[in-house]
Write a protein that binds this ligand. Structure first.
Ligand SMILES: *[C@@H]1O[C@H](CO)[C@@H](O)[C@H](O)[C@H]1NC(C)=O
Ligand SMILES: *[C@@H]1O[C@H](CO)[C@@H](O)[C@H](O)[C@H]1NC(C)=O
Length: 247
């Protein structure tokens, strides 16, 4: 029952505010309007009773809604605060996204490993034969993304653990007694060979292998002792490698 009175009072208040907003009336005018209406509807002798009831109701109302203005102010403050919080969160989120993207890009850059090179930078001819195995230096570099291949030493060094693909090819011509034999070599161990015997006019061979490498493992091409390899400006003899995927 008290609650109902409160709601009625509240409605009156909202109505008054609406009137004020709609009609541009001052608070005095509103209260004046109400009191004249009151007088018309209620005989003057009941006025004191009415006002007592009204004061009583207002007190009761204050139990339910201690101060509507204070409550609204508090609500507004809360909303403003929440808005600021959301803005701060958005900024934080954006910063985190940027950070993650940068890290991913860095990771992707680390994973970009690919090289390809031919034996001769200029001129042409045979390399070998020698009395021991030698490491071939492929000096005509086509690509060396990630710089894991060193064209001075001919050695590829794995910058991260992963599965790598390597490929070699060789070529020779003319009637020669010397064979062409090279190996893809990992940490001093021969892995696969490309070989050609050359009493015929042309020799060519190739091979490829996928290797699981640890960081720092080295891969290069060995020319076997007593064998040779030919190349010229046509880039017949090549060594290529790339990271398939990190592990
Ligand atoms: C590769 O070598 C084989 C065997 O000697 C020969 O038949 C073929 O023509 C050669 N290919 C090229 C592209 O020289
Ligand atoms: C061999 O490589 C060099 C340097 O990249 C290039 O100028 C030349 O055209 C290549 N030769 C052939 C036949 O592709």
């Amino acid at each position: 029952m008290k609650g109902l009175v409160c709601i009625l009072l509240l409605e009156t208040f909202v109505f008054a505010v609406q009137q004020k907003v709609d009609g541009g009336l001052s608070e005095n005018e509103i209260s004046h309007q109400h009191s004249s209406e009151d007088r018309r509807q209620n005989p003057p002798q009941t006025d004191s009773v009415r006002s007592e009831t009204s004061t009583d109701s207002q007190q009761n109302c204050q139990l339910f809604f201690p101060d509507i203005h204070a409550a609204l102010r508090e609500l507004t403050a809360t909303v403003t605060e929440q808005k600021a919080n959301i803005r701060a969160l958005k900024t934080q989120l954006k910063e985190q996204q940027t950070f993650i993207l940068e890290e991913l890009n860095k990771k992707n850059e680390d994973r970009q490993i690919a090289f390809s090179a031919a034996l001769m930078q200029s001129g042409g001819g045979y390399i070998g034969p020698f009395t021991t195995d030698i490491t071939l230096t492929y000096r005509n570099v086509f690509t060396n993304i990630g710089n894991a291949y060193n064209p001075i030493t001919g050695i590829f060094t794995a910058p991260l653990k992963g599965a790598y693909m390597f490929r070699i090819s060789l070529y020779g011509h003319g009637s020669q007694s010397t064979s062409s034999t090279v190996s893809i070599t990992k940490n001093g161990e021969r892995v696969v060979v490309a070989h050609g015997q050359q009493p015929g006019s042309v020799v060519n061979s190739s091979n490829a292998v996928v290797l699981l490498l640890e960081v720092g493992d080295v891969v290069y091409v060995s020319l076997w002792s007593g064998r040779w390899i030919f190349d010229d400006q046509n880039n017949h003899s090549t060594f290529s490698g790339y990271l398939l995927f990190p592990l």
